[in-house]
Design a protein around this ligand. Structure first.
Ligand SMILES: [Zn+2]
Ligand SMILES: [Zn+2]
Length: 155
């Protein structure tokens, strides 16, 4: 099962992994998957990723790396080439703690969602910009109306 987990880049939940493993081992139960995942996490061969407000996901990739989660489709990707514990020294200095570890969660909008939705513009401030745009198009005809007023004064 670790083999299957290592093959995946998707950081599956236990249920997702169960669906995948089941295609090869039709008799496996979800309980077995949970138990095996627990054992793998305890032995350090897999990592359990817990994101706030989301189901735990599992990662069989060796080596330390950070994760970034898409707020739209909830996929989880690896962030490579970020030095492990890059902030730990500073946190130790600032807090006076002996830092044993950290759980750092990045989130954002993945490249796929960015292209699917087009420009990322549905933040609340975007609405104000839009209504401002409408007002400026409304102002244009009134300028033309001024010109018409000239004709009316002539007659
Ligand atoms: Zn996404
Ligand atoms: Zn990972």
């Amino acid at each position: 099962m670790l083999e299957e987990l290592r093959k995946l880049d998707s950081h599956p939940t236990a249920v997702e992994l169960f669906e995948i493993v089941r295609t090869r081992l039709p008799n496996i139960s979800l309980g077995t998957v949970y138990r095996n995942l627990d054992l793998l996490v305890q032995s350090g061969e897999a990592r359990r990723l817990e994101f706030s407000g989301a189901k735990a996901r599992f990662d069989g990739k060796p080596g330390h790396h950070y994760h970034i989660r898409c707020v739209r489709c909830r996929r989880v990707d690896d962030v490579h080439d970020l030095p492990p514990g890059f902030a730990v020294g500073q946190v130790r200095q600032l807090s006076g703690y002996e830092v044993l570890g950290c759980r750092l969660e990045f989130f954002g909008i993945c490249p796929e969602c960015k292209t699917r939705v087009g420009a990322v513009r549905d933040e609340p401030t975007g609405e104000n910009e839009n209504s401002g745009g409408k007002e400026s198009t409304c102002a244009a005809p009134s300028a033309v109306g001024d010109g018409g007023g000239d004709v009316g004064a002539g007659s």
